[in-house]
Design a protein around this ligand. Sequence first.
Ligand SMILES: [Zn+2]
Length: 336
Amino acid sequence: MTPNSGTVEELERRCFAVFDGREETPPLSDLADGLLKRQKENWTGLSEGYAVLGAVRVREIRGDGWGVNVHFNPRRIMSSGANLDPESLRRRPCFLCPENLPPEQQAIRYRDDYLILCNPAPIFPAHWTIAHVRHFPQSLSDHLGIFLRLAADFGPRTTVFYNGPRCGASAPDHLHFQAAPAGLLPAEEEILNPRKRVGTRRWDGVEISRTAGLGRGILVIEGKEEGSVAAAAVEVIGALGRLTSSAGEPLLNILCARTGEGWRLILFPRRKHRPDAYFRKGGKRRLISPGAVDMGGIIITSREEDFLALTPDLVRGIFREVAFDDAAVDALLDAI
Ligand SMILES: [Zn+2]
């Protein structure tokens, strides 16, 4: 897709570097690190975001066989408190459209159609958003190729992730992914435990298995051939859609990382986006709005009362409410 002429000038003005995948281009992770370093120096809003992150309080909560870290990060209120109904989205200027980015924001032009941007409300010591140059809705099945390519271009040091449009994306109307250093989410480590992995199926050179006893059901897809991994993921998303009778993309969050020669996708099928406690009034309200990061085991709270209130039982209850349990993921495996 070609951006319109106004946007072309906008993109040129913001361009920090270009990554087109040619051999002489520096590695993407080096370019992204360079962008972050530069933007911390020349964009006050970003350096403030990282200062807030540096002061984040963390609590560890352990369940039976799983663990999560709860972060108190007040800057995330923009995301956890966002109104995501179609009317609110239509009325707000989209914060991922090039013309609405903060004036100081620069970008890596990635494979023509995407901008790699520094996230001004970081959750991780390095946190990027990868947004399409055009404004159109989140949809993974149509863009799995670029999602896998992005993980491959970033390399094994980085995890790329995606939130479904009704399931954690704070700009569901503008296609985007996110990226952060690999290995910071507890689930990335937990799923490697062979005793927690069951039900392995092989599908055109791809291994699909589920986890057991991690508090929420997780599907893991691993393979070496880009086309087969993408096809397996499309198959899984299709089966999830049929199982949940979804109109549009079924509710899901997904992490993707390059592993040696292949890819590993960690998929969280979801029942709903926000738990009921999100909508309660007064002291019973819990402003927890789970996306890929929360399902991966870093639960973001933007208010101190929510940060202090969470217990193993509450986290277990939230997972039970918004995620598939192990039996439901087993049924999903059967439906593929
Ligand atoms: Zn937009």
